[in-house]
Design a protein. Structure first.
Length: 156
């Protein structure tokens, strides 16, 4: 990349109460009403037409964690590492062009399955994150698979 950029994620560091307080501060009751009417978050043991089946099963990812209990994460977390390594192996075996075509196809698929309000965000987030990984992984792969995978994983 010719220029550096900063990706700002201010809500990531707020808990739910702080997020609602910020919404109140920014837009008052009208914004709160819009959020309540048009958004929804599903939590464990919550069921309903907007939540569907909450199939994510917590699995231990580290034997130690808060209070001496194992650190738990959604089951998809364990599989994403494998998916990322397999993606990098596709690039090594099938070449850069195939990897770029797979990224484009993944971006289209991401947009196709996203809710209508999130099509642009979902497509661009997938496309840009995969291109960033491609830009980091590609030059590192000449130094070896392990270095390339760890470098790409560490960077993003």
């Amino acid at each position: 990349m010719d220029r550096s950029f900063a990706l700002q994620t201010p809500l990531m560091w707020l808990d739910k109460a702080e997020t609602w307080a910020l919404a109140q501060q920014l837009g008052g009751e009208p914004l709160i009403e819009i959020l309540l009417e048009h958004t929804h978050a599903c939590y464990r043991n919550e069921r309903g037409p907007r939540c569907g089946s909450l199939g994510s099963v917590p699995v231990p990812v580290l034997p130690w964690g808060p209070g001496g209990h194992p650190l738990m994460a959604p089951s998809g977390v364990a599989m994403i590492g494998l998916a990322l390594v397999l993606r990098d192996l596709v690039q090594r075996r099938l070449g850069r062009l195939t990897a770029l075509l797979a990224i484009a196809a993944g971006a289209v698929l991401s947009g196709a399955i996203a809710p209508p309000a999130l099509v642009v965000a979902s497509t661009s987030a997938f496309f840009l994150s995969e291109l960033a990984d491609f830009a980091i992984y590609t030059p590192l792969q000449e130094r070896g698979l392990v270095i390339a995978v760890l470098g790409a994983a560490w960077s993003g």
